[in-house]
Design a protein around this ligand. Structure first.
Ligand code: B12
Length: 230
């Protein structure tokens, strides 16, 4: 029977480097696996407890702290004592090649260092699963997720049209409005012009009033009155 491969991604110890664990977890998820991520700062006991509870096929550790020679054997021992020693223990991080070989000899699975293509990790886990459960049990790979648009440099972006061109572009983009404006009959528009002229005439007539307001003559009697009071 085919079912999703279940993977626990664990971050043991005080190691705060979680980028690699998250990148790997996302890649395994995108490859159709059921992924459980423990989060940072887990003890070996917590990780193995979660693996038992979640009944995972794979325990995958991310270790960049340099404590891999302690953490991997300890977690492998706990997995054996809790009855899940038949599951795969794999992982990666800052682990020298000699240490990878030494851990492999002690029963740990393959380990992956910086720069690993995540597809190599997907392939390794699927191979292991097919080896244990049979090729028929291996679920098919889902189609790769859609890639986002490629990044474009600022210098390669199309340049925005200058202001004058933008005006023309806007006018071209609104043909409906333009057509409506054209339909206005000349005769109907004429009264508007007449109204404008009338407004101008009124404004001219009103002008002398304004001038009269500003005229200093009106203030003259007040000043004279003030002088008289003194
Ligand atoms: C980014 C970074 C940080 C960031 C971490 C941000 C974060 N949230 O992850 C910050 C600035 C916080 C940081 C802090 C420190 N860092 Co730092 N850091 C790095 C750096 C430059 C890159 C790590 C990274 O994110 N790589 C990108 C990811 C995608 O790659 P990756 O983790 O290696 O994962 C890949 C593989 O390793 C593998 N893999 C990883 N995990 C897993 C898990 C599974 C299940 C599998 C299958 C595979 C796998 O597959 C991944 C995909 O290719 C490395 C140097 C380096 N070039 O690696 C140093 C490095 C890891 N840091 C180091 C150190 C010493 C520290 C500090 C102790 C420094 C200090 N004195 O404060 C602190 C410790 C902080 C802490 N609390 O643990 C050392 C570790 C030395 C060692 N272990 O021997 C390194 C190697 C730098 C160095 N050359 O000295 N660091």
């Amino acid at each position: 029977m085919q079912r999703k491969i279940r993977v626990l991604v664990g971050k043991p110890g005080l190691d705060g480097h979680d980028r690699g664990a998250k990148v790997v977890a996302a890649a395994l998820r995108d490859a159709g696996m059921e992924v459980i991520y423990t989060g940072l700062h887990q003890t070996p006991e917590q990780i193995v407890e979660a693996a038992v509870q979640e009944d995972v096929d794979v325990v995958a550790l991310s270790v960049l702290s340099g404590a891999h020679m302690t953490l991997f054997p300890e977690i492998l021992g706990l997995m054996q004592s809790r009855g899940i020693g038949d599951r795969l223990l794999t992982g990666g991080g800052i682990i020298p090649n000699d240490d990878m070989t030494a851990l492999l000899e002690r029963g740990v699975g393959k380990l992956f260092g910086p720069g690993t293509n995540t597809q190599d990790i997907v392939h390794y886990i699927r191979e292991w699963y097919a080896g244990v459960h049979g090729a028929d049990a291996l679920p098919p790979l889902p189609p790769p997720p859609a890639r986002p648009e490629p990044m474009v440099r600022a210098s390669e972006r199309p340049v925005a049209a200058p202001a004058a061109d933008r005006h023309h572009a806007r006018a071209a983009a609104a043909p409906v409005k333009k057509a409506a404006a054209k339909k206005v009959p000349a005769k109907k528009a004429a009264p508007k012009k007449a109204a404008k002229k009338a407004v101008k005439k009124v404004a001219k007539k009103a002008a002398p009033k304004k001038a009269a307001k500003k005229a200093p003559k009106r203030s003259a009697p007040k000043k004279a009155a003030a002088r008289g009071k003194k």
